[in-house]
Design a protein around this ligand. Structure first.
Ligand SMILES: Cc1cc2nc3c(=O)[nH]c(=O)nc-3n(C[C@H](O)[C@H](O)[C@H](O)COP(=O)(O)OP(=O)(O)OC[C@H]3O[C@@H](n4cnc5c(N)ncnc54)[C@H](O)[C@@H]3O)c2cc1C
Length: 403
């Protein structure tokens, strides 16, 4: 089998760009094919937990990212009606010594720009919508909507939840509507009453919904995400909305939220989809990464973080098995699939716990959190040390077999 040199990445989202950077740092020649005519991300926030931050550190991107992000002080859970603090986990000053990296909130466009700036412009081909992937014994061939083709040694489908690469590998299969939607908005911090929003990553748990807000862009903006259980769905999955719709769904919740909603300039509404964990991600010279492989509900804020982990591991294992791409992709799948499947399931479970409509279940949950806060103040409310503490940049036994 010939040596892997040329890798095609389909999709220039957060997952695709991050993977391309990791692959280039390992000496691969990378071409990214993106269907859009401009590069960018939506106007919304993103949280990056220490497991993802460690990858940015290993790639040398953490400083550039931290310069445009915001490090929240605590992770706080509040009661939806009274606003009382149910649980609080100190993050700033604790996570770095505990996990070797901090926790950050950022504007997605800022993170996307940090990744884009780490790549030469000629690496990305825009207006390149992939419609299928085929394989010969020694090449993978992409076919684009305009009829053109491109060859490479490996193809990585980082083309999101409606992945064309995934469909080429495993056939058509619609994602699952989860019964959850979100409204998302950004608010200039200076427009808000002073002290209204604390410098925390805050989640308000209530019946049928979870409201999350945190600062982004050095504290200049507050990002909010209002999750709600609803049967609304739209073909485009994301439409421009009005903050008043979110405010109506959250009527009766704490007045802080109404104030936050009312200062929103632009609001979007999304229907949330996910999939059952896949049995396989790879076939021959083609594999998947990020939402194309493991779309998940956002209740653990791990979709992009897992895509970032994927890219690092894939680059590492392809470098370790340069002469055997099949072994590399098998090792990648074995390293990543069980972890991401577990997180997909936990994210669904987390949504149920947060949004329960049973007053008794809420009472029991909150009592447990309050007790935990007293007995084990340094443990995260969600018991997710296994997610944050995972370090894909640590030396791996496979890498010792580097070709
Ligand atoms: C409300 C909400 C909040 C979230 N919050 C967080 C969070 O705080 N932290 C976190 O880690 N994750 C979060 N996530 C998850 C995260 O947004 C996704 O997991 C992540 O963006 C997936 O990145 P990706 O690169 O795999 O896919 P995408 O971002 O979907 O990128 C796919 C790219 O491929 C391109 N593409 C698609 N099809 C083709 C084709 N056929 N040919 C060429 N190009 C193509 C697209 O144009 C796009 O640029 C959240 C998700 C939601 C919905």
């Amino acid at each position: 089998m010939s040596k892997v040199q040329k890798v095609a990445v389909v999709g220039a989202g957060l997952g695709g760009l991050n993977a391309a950077i990791a692959l280039r740092q390992r000496g691969f020649e990378v071409a990214i094919y993106e269907q859009s005519d401009v590069l960018g991300e939506i106007g919304a926030g993103i949280q990056l937990s220490p497991n993802a931050m460690r990858v940015l550190m290993a790639l040398g991107l953490d400083r550039a990212f931290e310069a445009v992000a915001f490090e929240p002080h605590r992770h706080v859970v509040r009661n939806w009606k009274t606003g009382s603090i149910v649980s609080a986990t100190q993050m700033r000053g604790v996570f770095r010594p505990q996990y070797g990296a901090g926790y950050f909130g950022a504007h997605r466009a800022d993170l996307h720009a940090v990744l884009q700036n780490a790549l030469p412009a000629e690496c990305v081909r825009l207006n390149a919508r992939v419609i299928s992937v085929t394989q010969t014994p020694d090449r993978a061939v992409l076919t684009f909507a305009d009829g053109q083709t491109a060859e490479s040694d490996i193809v990585v489908g980082a083309d999101g939840i409606r992945s064309a690469v995934r469909e080429s590998l495993f056939g058509p299969d619609a994602p699952r509507f989860t019964g959850h939607i979100v409204w998302r908005g950004l608010v200039p911090s200076e427009a808000l009453p002073k002290g209204l929003i604390e410098p925390d990553m805050t989640a308000w748990f209530g019946p049928n919904g979870t409201m999350v807000h945190y600062y982004v862009r050095r504290g200049e903006l507050v990002n909010w995400i209002a999750h709600f259980e609803s049967d609304w769905r739209d073909e485009s999955w994301r439409v421009e909305s009005d903050w008043r719709e979110a405010a109506a769904a959250y009527a009766g919740w704490h007045p802080t939220l109404a104030t936050l909603f009312s200062h929103t300039e632009r609001c979007y509404k999304w229907a949330l989809y996910d999939r059952e964990p896949l049995a396989r991600w790879s076939q021959g010279r083609v594999t998947l990464l990020g939402d194309s492989a493991h779309p998940m509900l956002p209740y653990l804020a791990q979709g992009a973080a897992q895509a970032i982990e994927d890219g690092y591991v894939l680059a590492d294992l392809l470098a370790a098995h340069r002469s055997d791409s099949v072994a590399a992709l098998a090792a990648y799948e074995a390293a990543r699939l069980p972890r991401t499947a577990r997180i997909q399931r936990h994210a669904r479970e987390r949504g149920k716990i947060n949004n329960t409509t049973s007053a008794f279940a809420r009472f029991k949950r909150d009592l447990g959190y309050r007790l935990k806060r007293l007995i084990k103040p340094n443990e995260h409310t969600y018991k997710i040390e296994w997610i944050y503490g995972h370090d894909v940049t640590a030396p791996r036994s496979e890498t010792s077999a580097a070709a």
